[in-house]
Design a protein around this ligand. Structure first.
Ligand code: CAA
Ligand code: NAD
Length: 299
């Protein structure tokens, strides 16, 4: 990856922070942009804590930690990303917000800069249309938590060039991930399969098929999944899952992608999952316990 020296990351939330951490620890100068300084500080602070934990566990050396931190910088202005060779976007799952950012960056970035979206459900072709560089636009879909999960889906939009696809595939490897190639299909491969399962788990709660705890236990103990679907939903974000369901249902029109009313209610109630302190579980005491408000609501 000799041509890629500087990577820009848009958003320093759950995914952006993970992507920035992996980029910086893989030796790339990394500039991560958030919408205000507090969010930049919060995001960079989370990355540093994670690196310190890894160093304390002996997973990385103190020198590796320092090198990674030295490779990282924060920004609040999009203009600070104009020196980047590759920009990976991980902002809110909303096509109008993403398109506005891409339209602006397209005007200020040099022609060689490649744009890659970490979208869960939007199509690459739709976002690329907001730019004059659809041939240098692709998908790079990482998985949460990014430093741990080995996969990245590399997505070719209708107009993505073979050269851009090859560069993104090589970058995925340089970031220590195993890339797989996917078509520009809403949800790509993994969410095409995973999202109906997660929405099914919400329907199971909604229909009171079993308790929240038992639905999770069922899939962990019965199928060997590392976490139950409701814990996973809290981890991914109820807000993000709500947006994903709306987008995928609009794309496919199939009932399995439709947003369960309970998901919409949780979104409206501000139960975004771990990030807001409450989702299917309540995280306020440190040890997750079932969120009584949801349990009472579905009774
Ligand atoms: N960030 C970084 N590292 C983390 C982490 C986080 N948020 N959470 C856990 N880890 C690390 C831990 O430090 C630990 O590392 P070591 O073993 O090297 O010390 C390792 O992961 C295992 O952690 P734990 O022992 O604490 O817990 P665990 O064994 O239960 O594993 C997990 C945690 C890796 C998250 C595991 O539960 C898991 O794989 N869950 C499923 C995750 C998943 O399905 N992700 C995909 C979500 S869908 C998606 O991302 C796509 C989309 O578009 C929505
Ligand atoms: P998040 O809510 O944790 O973070 C999004 C961040 O984007 C926020 O910190 C917000 O301040 C920031 N943001 C909003 N508008 C912005 C802008 N114009 N410029 C820069 N930053 C802006 O969300 P997330 O879970 O990190 O999801 C981000 C993207 O990654 C979404 O497209 C989502 O679908 C995708 N994704 C999420 C997961 C997951 O498990 N949560 C997994 C894979 C992909």
């Amino acid at each position: 990856m000799s041509e890629v020296k500087t990577i820009g990351v848009l958003g320093c939330g759950l995914m952006g922070a993970g992507i920035a951490q992996v980029a910086a620890s893989s030796g790339f100068k990394t500039i991560v942009r958030e919408i205000n300084q507090d969010l930049v500080d919060k995001g960079l602070g989370n990355i540093k804590k994670q690196l310190e934990r890894n160093a304390a566990k002996g997973k990385i050396t103190p020198e590796d930690k320092d090198k990674t931190i030295a490779n990282l910088s924060g920004a609040t202005s999009l203009d600070e990303l104009k020196s980047c060779d590759f920009i990976i976007e991980a902002i809110v799952e909303d096509v109008s917000v993403k398109s506005e950012v891409y339209g602006y960056l397209d005007k200020i970035c040099p022609s060689h800069t490649i744009f890659a979206s970490n979208t869960s459900s939007l199509t690459i072709t739709e976002m690329a249309a907001a730019t004059q560089r659809a041939d240098r636009f692709c998908g790079m879909h990482f998985f949460n938590p990014v430093p741990v999960m080995k996969l990245v889906e590399i997505v070719k939009g209708v107009r993505t060039s073979d050269e851009t696809f090859a560069k993104a595939f090589a970058l995925g490897k340089a970031l220590g991930k195993t890339p797989i190639a996917t078509k520009d299909n809403s949800g790509f491969v993994v969410n095409f399969l995973l999202v109906p399962y997660l929405l099914g788990a919400i329907r199971a709660v909604q229909n009171n098929i079993a308790s929240i705890d038992d639905i999770d236990k069922g899939m962990v103990l019965g199928c060997g999944y590392p976490m139950g679907p409701l814990t996973l939903l809290d981890f991914v974000g109820i807000d993000t899952t709500y947006r994903i369901a709306e987008i995928m249902f609009k794309e496919y029109g199939e009932p399995m992608y439709s947003c369960p009313p309970l998901l919409r209610k949780m979104f409206l109630a501000g139960f975004y999952g771990k990030k807001s302190g409450k989702g299917f579980y309540d995280y306020s005491s440190g040890t997750p316990v079932v969120n009584k408000e949801i349990e009472n609501y579905v009774k």
